[in-house]
Ligand binder design. Structure first.
Ligand SMILES: [Zn+2]
Length: 273
């Protein structure tokens, strides 16, 4: 599943082909994905210039003067830049035409989304899907303080609080497991009992791990814009994630798996308290 780093790497990959370019057309090959496509997308976008690209959590924002095209990659979606002549395959549902190039949205499981938010509907941050999102972990300048303040009354496990995404976005299952390991915090620890200094460690871990993942993805940017069908999602060398029964890379104790909120959590009983 694409997480924040993959979405950010995607954004960086498509940005040079989109920004300051004019949309020459739109191709929709079905009526929608998770939600119906905007019915008048072609009329809305044709001959309009893309001002910039952005991202909020896992939502890609393609900004025009008159509104924003919101794209979510869902469970299995990816975007590629291709020559306009490239024949569509079975799961290619949406093309944004940019002259000789197209941005193609492929999504086998169809949990992705393409939505339009007009300028007249208000600030993009007020969109139903965006308004409840937590802060951007790589942009907020006091993530530790925020996590500490906003968890004083939350007795839920810290792992669950991170996954909820209402304090900070982008810390999905993999990154939650890895960040908690790096910070030495037990995934089941009640969020409200974690001290400010430990949140400092956690915030630093979240930022370092997400930045490193984006950096790693950056080296495979080529794959995103190639026509070879490779989406360029990257496998990292995890400390605990998906390593049940294997030795902890720090202390040799075996990595344990528990289930929290129907998601697997991996952690080291010795390193995380
Ligand atoms: Zn360990």
């Amino acid at each position: 599943m694409p997480e924040l780093p993959e979405v950010e790497v995607t954004r960086r990959g498509i940005a040079p082909f989109l920004e300051n370019h004019e949309v020459t057309g739109v191709v929709l090959r079905r009526s929608g994905l998770r939600w119906p496509f905007p019915h008048d997308l072609e009329r809305l976008l044709k001959n309009k210039r893309i001002v910039s690209t952005g991202r909020r959590g896992k939502y890609l924002l393609i900004q025009f003067r008159h509104g924003t095209l919101i794209i979510h990659l869902g469970m299995s979606g990816h975007l590629r830049m291709l020559p306009a002549t490239h024949p569509p395959q079975k799961h290619d549902h949406f093309d944004l035409l940019l002259g000789a190039q197209i941005m193609r949205f492929t999504d086998p499981r169809r949990f992705g989304a393409v939505l339009w938010h007009g300028q007249d509907e208000g600030d993009i941050e007020s969109h139903l899907l965006l308004r409840g999102l937590g802060v951007e972990p790589l942009l907020h300048d006091d993530l530790a303080g925020l996590l500490h303040r906003q968890t004083r009354h939350r007795s839920a496990a810290i792992k669950q609080v991170l996954l909820a995404g209402d304090i900070v976005v982008g810390v999905g299952n993999i990154y939650a497991c890895e960040s908690l390991f790096e910070a030495g915090i037990h995934p089941n620890a009640a969020a409200k009992r974690i001290s400010r200094p430990r949140y400092e460690k956690l915030a630093a871990a979240i930022r370092r791990i997400l930045a490193a993942a984006i950096e790693q993805g950056g080296s495979s940017l080529r794959d995103f814009i190639g026509a070879d069908g490779q989406s360029g999602y990257f496998q990292q060398n995890y400390f605990v994630y998906d390593r049940e029964g294997e030795p902890c890379r720090q202390c040799d104790a075996s990595v344990r798996r528990i289930v929290q909120g129907q998601r697997s959590t991996f952690y080291c009983v010795r390193c995380q308290r």
